[in-house]
Design a protein around this ligand. Structure first.
Ligand code: ADP
Ligand code: MG
Length: 605
């Protein structure tokens, strides 16, 4: 009896594929969509030393991508070879490959593109009397053409020969957005090169040659600078520079994470992972921070030939890169910023549009008063600052003149002088820039957290015995955990012992948390320990544990403070590392500048 098998397919003989088909197959890896063509052509223009690059798109790049540069051009007799597979002027040997300094080196981009679209090259090499034009679709002969030194590559009707690929393309608007993203990445990597982008005859981007700072502002907007901190370190052969975004400006999508290795935009696991680790301490949950990182190292220490699209690289010593990057980012994020508050109000006077809403740490959310709603609107909308940016400087309003001058010590006390408290949740302070608003609970939590961390690193968190032990009902698992982890709990300043089956008692708490709800604290810590399973894994989770401790700090919102107490809190914040964010990545304080206050009351309009 035979099962109903389908007949074996008729076997065909092995054949060598024709060249065009090989290119079309290879093109699948290089050319995914119009943006990949843009990327490759920009690489070529930059490799040719261009100072000015003009990109023109029609129908999202599907109808036409035209990229013109003022680089060194391609000599007449080289032109036909530019479109051949594995033809390149950039490497000649394996040694060259292992230390490649150019963006391109595989010699396949133009060939791949030409196999799935109509390509036309016009180029005038340095020193040539005129340009030459190569348009294979119109016949193979070279024709003289008029052009300044440089190259124009035109790519028409992408995938017209491969309808199956064409069906995967998205709307013209989406493809255009991807193309613009590709230009952005190159523009950020090469601020000295001017870029211009036209779409369907309209100019959509114009970024003149600039320094990196200006280029970032041009390409990503000024907020990116306001919401990020600079970073510049050398670790052995590695130079890391760029900016790391404030945790409070993190967003749901990771679309503001840029990394270049030796000028090449990459998505690389080591970098991603190091950055996640660097933010682990200051960012809550799945929020994605922004960052812009330029890694420079000897090209022999990194392999760029990992993927045809060259968006991946392999580091010779990825552990060293990981470590250098993580610690550089951590240090940049830890630098106290309060010190800058009075110098430049920029980093904080314009809170990000994406910041978490102000939360009252009380269980029940109070309805915001009208004034608070106003402040929220001001912070949330970000609209006020856009108009502010374009505003010409104007004479100081009368209010400035009448205001009492800020205290002399202002430079040493950037967060200024406390003037009061509202709703027992926010402290208001006056500094030279204007008004400082502090989320009391968040600020205190951050300070306590950093102190706990410092104590823990000294191997011991100071503990305070409770006069009366606080007992609470506990599950079998909690009781077992308390016993098993007694030593670790002790090192956290917590003493918990069993009173009776199903009953635990807290006998000591960290001195910094004196006055807290000891039972709630113990329960939270035990739950955390249970979640991390075996205690030998806990070392890794220590910061989470400390954060859990800190969040039980006794100074919750809802407590009345005296002015000296408020001032003391401000001074502690200035001294504290990372005082700008609470442990959950929420900001702890905000600056409202006089300009913003004026805007709030329509002064000077
Ligand atoms: P690769 O960049 O890997 O060498 P390509 O297929 O992208 O391969 O380009 C092939 C060759 O064509 C390059 O090596 C270079 O000599 C030449 N070429 C391409 N674009 C330009 C340009 N814009 N300016 C000068 N030369 C270019
Ligand atoms: Mg190339």
């Amino acid at each position: 009896m035979t099962a109903a098998l389908s007949p074996l397919p008729a076997r065909r003989p092995i054949r060598e594929l024709p060249d065009t088909l090989i290119s079309q197959i290879a093109a699948g890896e290089v050319v995914e969509r119009p943006a990949s063509v843009v990327r490759e052509l920009l690489d070529n223009a930059l490799d040719a030393g261009a100072r000015r690059i003009e990109v023109r798109l029609v129908a999202g790049g599907v109808r036409l991508i035209s990229i013109a540069d003022d680089g060194c051009g391609i000599p007449q007799d080289d032109l036909p070879r530019a479109l051949l597979r594995h033809a390149t002027s950039k490497i000649t040997s394996l040694d060259d490959l292992q230390a490649v300094e150019t963006m391109g080196f595989r010699g396949e981009a133009l060939a791949a593109i030409a196999s799935v679209a109509e390509v036309e090259l016009t180029s005038r090499a340095t020193g040539s009397a005129h340009a030459w034009r190569l348009a294979p679709a119109e016949g193979s002969a070279l024709q003289p053409a008029a052009r300044e030194t440089g190259t124009t590559v035109q790519v028409r009707e992408l995938f017209f020969k491969v309808p199956a690929r064409r069906r995967f393309l998205k709307s013209a608007a989406t493809e255009q957005a991807h193309c613009l993203d590709a230009v952005r990445r190159h523009a950020l990597a090469r601020p000295k090169v001017a870029f211009e982008v036209w779409a369907d005859g309209r100019a959509i981007a114009h970024w003149p040659a600039a320094d990196l700072q200006q280029r970032i502002a041009d390409v990503l907007g000024h907020e990116f600078l306001d919401e990020s901190l600079p970073l510049d370190v050398r670790a052995g052969p590695l130079h890391i520079s760029g900016r790391v975004g404030l945790p409070s400006a993190a967003r749901a999508r990771g679309d503001r994470q840029f990394a270049w290795v030796n000028g090449r935009f990459v998505r690389e696991r080591t970098i991603q992972h190091a950055m996640r680790a660097a933010y682990a301490d200051v960012l809550h949950g799945q929020r994605q921070p922004a960052w812009l990182l330029r890694l420079e190292l000897d090209s022999a220490l990194v392999d760029a030939n990992v993927h045809p699209a060259k968006t991946e690289v392999r580091f010779r010593d990825s552990a060293a890169v990981h470590q250098a990057l993580q610690s550089a980012a951590e240090r940049a994020l830890a630098a106290p910023r309060a010190a800058h508050a009075t110098e430049t109000a920029a980093p904080t006077d314009a809170p990000p549009a994406h910041r978490a809403p102000i939360r009252y740490p009380h269980a029940e959310e109070r309805p915001p008063s009208a004034a608070i709603a106003e402040l929220r609107a001001l912070w949330g909308a970000g609209g006020a600052r856009e108009t502010e940016e374009r505003e010409e400087p104007r004479p100081a309003p009368a209010f400035h003149e009448e205001a009492t001058p800020p205290p002399e010590s202002d430079t040493h006390q950037p967060l200024g002088r406390a003037i009061g408290q509202i709703h027992d949740a926010f402290i208001l302070a006056e500094n030279r820039t204007g008004l400082v608003i502090v989320d009391m609970h968040a600020a205190h939590e951050r300070i306590v957290y950093e102190r706990l961390k410092a104590q823990y690193e000294q191997r011991r968190i100071a503990s305070q015995a409770l006069l009366v032990a606080v007992s609470f009902a506990a599950s079998g698992q909690e009781a077992a955990c308390a016993e098993e982890c007694a030593e670790l709990l002790e090192s956290l300043g917590l003493r918990i012992s069993q009173l009776a089956p199903g009953q635990l008692a807290v006998r000591a708490v960290p001195a910094l948390l004196a006055g807290c709800d000891a039972a709630a604290l113990a329960r939270a810590v035990l739950a955390e320990l249970a979640a991390h399973g075996e205690s030998r894994h806990i070392e890794r989770a220590q910061n989470e544990l400390l954060a859990t401790l800190a969040c039980h700090t006794a100074v919750r919102a809802g407590k009345r403070l005296t002015l000296p107490e408020m001032d003391a809190l401000l001074r502690q914040m200035e001294a504290c590392e990372r005082a700008d964010q609470c442990n959950h990545g929420r900001p702890t304080w905000r600056q409202l500048s006089m300009k913003e206050l004026d805007a709030l009351f329509w002064r000077g309009r």
